[in-house]
Ligand binder design. Sequence first.
Ligand code: T4K
Length: 368
Amino acid sequence: MDRPIYVTKPSLPDLQEFIPYLEQIWESGILTNNGPFHQQLEKELAEFLGVPYVSLFANGTLALVTALQALRITGEVITTPFSFVATTHSLWWNNIKPVFVDIEPEFCNINPDKIEAAITSKTTAIMPVHVYGNPCGVEKIKAIADTYGLRVIYDAAHTFGARYNGQSICSYGDLSILSFHATKVFNTLEGGAIISHDEATKKRVDNLKNFGFVNETTVVAPGINSKMNEVQAALGLVQLKHHPENIEKRKAVAEMYRQSLKGISGISCLSEPEKTEPNYAYFPILVDEHLYGMSRDELYEKLRKNNIYGRRYFYPLISEFSMYKGIDSAEPANLPVARKMAERVICLPIYPELSKDIVKSIINIIRK
Ligand code: T4K
């Protein structure tokens, strides 16, 4: 490859299409604080996703931190070690103890059958992650949460636009958070959102992201500043118009990988989830060193030597980072499936503009 191919390349609209929005912002002088583009994007996203309420954020991490505060979560929260560190960091920022539960091997999501054993008198919520955009066992998680009176906050950072059972994956749980980071299927440069299901919660979330203000003179909580600005929101409006065609292009890349990698011994793809319309956010493969004849890290390095920069999402596990590894539930023996997956996974490049020829070259490197 004569130039580096990264795991993703952010989708951006034609600059000319964006300029009139910028002109409007320059003209009005409204740059942030729930401006007109911000309001319009919240409305359009709610319609597009088919969810009742969207609150925009500066990024997904602040959305996670705020979601926990909005529901007044304390004590212990059950979560997965197989995610980006932001998931667990959001608990730390709220002085909540993370309790790690192992994942299932089909989609790398938290294993619902292991959740009950991790519940203690201090547990107040479950924070699962829809890893790579594939839905968690949402029905089982709901049944457990209902039985034990727990709240469920989904880290849905990867799921923008993906649907399960005919509705947005963000329809499940008390709250879901999205990320609109540059590396995500829908980006506003940086950005994020909380999806809520009733007006009172939406209001509380909106107050919390604006210092806790409910009006000019009243502050009801020690909120933070995590508002999305007008330039980001305007970009989101333009990006949304192109989202369906971007997903179609991602789908073509994913299908090519899935089809061509089939015959390679020791390389496997994750299952395709049932009743799901995926968003093709990531394309993870698993390397079985014994069958493939090369370890995951050797393949990862070989790809890099060929200018292909896949990523080992999510290695190391969050539970292996120094600030979390002392927690009882971070004990490696408690997380055998997560450890195995973290040692085998490589996410291959996938983005709308990735050409067939490059995909073919990547497959050939893996085949050899
Ligand atoms: N929960 C989950 C489950 C998440 O995955 C994330 C974020 C969050 C919560 C938090 O949401 P945010 O607060 O980020 O909104 C990236 C992203 O920075 C991170 O947003 C994402 N998850 C995570 C999975 O991936 P890195 O360290 O891999 O990013 P980086 O900079 O190495 O980018 C990967 C490749 O993408 C680069 O090699 C080149 C390409 N790239 C990247 C950027 C930033 C570009 O071409 N242009 C760019 O502007 O973490």
